[in-house]
Design a protein around this ligand. Structure first.
Ligand SMILES: Cc1cc2nc3c(=O)[nH]c(=O)nc-3n(C[C@H](O)[C@H](O)[C@H](O)COP(=O)(O)O)c2cc1C
Length: 202
């Protein structure tokens, strides 16, 4: 059978991520940086939700959240996670797995204060993932913060922070003709080890 296009190259996976991410930013209608984040309790109960990728490089993939949320509690108890990008318009998927570490306070402050003021207020006012008796309770908390800090930055709540996933597995999947899809898995034992890779049956 004739192959339809070139295969996923066995190049450096973080460079390959850059290439695919750049193409996704061009092709996706919005939020090319949206990714599913899977976490699990220490006894193995999984949960998944979308978050936004807010930084990436050779040291890992960064997202920000409320560390007292459901995901935050799971992360605190089990500092490992999996990320999934699915870029529908490109028919591509990337799966990334590895240990997490919290970003530094300076990094969290810098990102928090780079957000629009209204977003800073919204997250400072949110007890993310806890029961909200009435939406008005949340809006009142937003209004109270607006009044307390009428201008300038809002202090970052200490539980609003970021986590960096240091990749140990990165798998690229690309749709190919006749569902003969292409998969290449890159693995490494530690952050400073070199990558190995293999094709996988689709
Ligand atoms: C496209 C998209 C992006 C999101 N980005 C974030 C994010 O960066 N950080 C975050 O805490 N929640 C984000 N959310 C909300 C989460 O999916 C989730 O509802 C929230 O974090 C609570 O999750 P938890 O109860 O599992 O902790 C996003 C939701 C969507 C649909």
């Amino acid at each position: 059978m004739q192959d339809d296009e070139s295969a996923i190259p066995p190049s450096d996976p973080l460079t390959l991520f850059e290439v695919w991410f750049a193409e996704a930013k061009e092709s996706e209608p919005n939020d090319a940086n949206a990714m599913a984040l899977a976490t699990a309790t220490p006894d193995g109960l999984p949960s998944v939700r979308m978050v936004l990728l807010k930084g990436h490089g050779h040291d890992g993939f960064v997202f920000y959240t409320n560390a007292e949320s459901r995901k935050g509690e799971q992360i605190r108890a089990n500092m490992r996670a999996a990320l999934l990008f699915h870029w529908k318009s490109l028919r591509r998927q990337i799966r990334i797995e590895g240990p997490l570490e919290e970003v530094s306070e300076a990094e969290a402050d810098a990102y928090f204060h780079s957000r629009p003021r209204v977003s800073q207020i919204g997250s400072a006012a949110s007890d993310q993932s806890r029961s909200l008796p009435d939406r008005k309770v949340y809006l009142d908390r937003v209004a109270a913060l607006e009044q307390r800090y009428p201008e300038g930055d809002i202090p970052r709540p200490p539980h609003w922070t970021g986590f960096r996933l240091s990749p140990r597995h990165i798998e690229f999947w690309h749709d190919r003709q006749y569902r003969l899809h292409d998969r290449r898995l890159f693995t490494r034992e530690s952050a400073d080890a070199s990558w190995s890779n293999t094709l996988l049956y689709p």
